[in-house]
Ligand binder design. Structure first.
Ligand code: GRF
Length: 205
């Protein structure tokens, strides 16, 4: 039986595309793509891949608790094992997090806990960092604060050409997020029973 994931997006969906492409040969099925915005370009990518899509926007349902409850029910109906936030630009409510406790992951373009929240790449450039990175982490009720599953660091070029630098982040995100999903699906990711912040990753199988 395949491992069932849903991908939540808000925009371009390049991380969604990376998941679609990378997971083709894995025993992992993308059973739904959910956008928080009706005009997200990522929805077109999902359609092109023949995936079921839905929009759960605050524009349609401004009550966040109700929006997230409806979203959680949609995911439960599809028996989702893992919820993957891939450029989903909103905080999920505590009620949602509880329903999917330990089964939500997010990709963030920074070495957390540095530069949590919005505009992470811009924050890093404004700060003048020389080393940056990407984090895949479990989602808890805070902002980008859940236990870290995978991180990868890299050096930033001095020139600070923003387009080139964003590309550098995306290249790493597009590898790290599918890798984390594969490891979780294979049962190789667990929380240390003595330290709930520490995620054990059995990379070699
Ligand atoms: C990614 O950099 C992600 O880490 C951040 O938002 C961006 C979304 O890009 N949270 P995309 O929609 O996957 O192309």
């Amino acid at each position: 039986m395949s491992f069932r994931i849903a991908v939540l997006i808000s925009g371009t969906g390049s991380n969604l595309q990376a998941l679609i492409d990378d997971l083709q040969d894995a025993p992992i099925e993308i059973v739904g793509v959910v956008s928080s915005r009706a005009d997200a370009r990522g929805l077109e990518r999902a359609d092109a891949a023949g995936l079921e899509t839905a929009v759960f926007s605050l524009a349609e349902e401004p009550d966040r608790d109700r929006r997230d409850a409806a979203l959680a029910s949609w995911l439960e109906e599809r028996e989702v094992d893992l919820v993957v936030l891939a450029g989903f630009m909103e905080l999920l409510t505590p009620g949602f997090i509880r329903r999917f406790a330990g089964r939500i992951v997010n990709v963030h373009p920074a070495l957390l806990p540095a530069f949590a929240g919005l505009r992470a790449i811009a924050q890093a450039l404004e700060y003048g960092v020389k080393v940056a990175g990407v984090t895949v982490h479990f989602v808890d009720e805070g902002m980008d604060s859940g236990p870290i599953i995978l991180q990868e660091a890299f050096e930033l070029a001095y020139h600070r050409d923003i387009a080139g630098i964003e590309e550098q982040f995306h290249e790493v995100e597009h590898r790290l997020l599918p890798q984390a999903v594969r490891l979780i699906a294979a049962g190789r990711v667990s929380l240390d029973p003595d330290n709930p912040r520490l995620v054990r990753v059995d990379a070699d199988g």
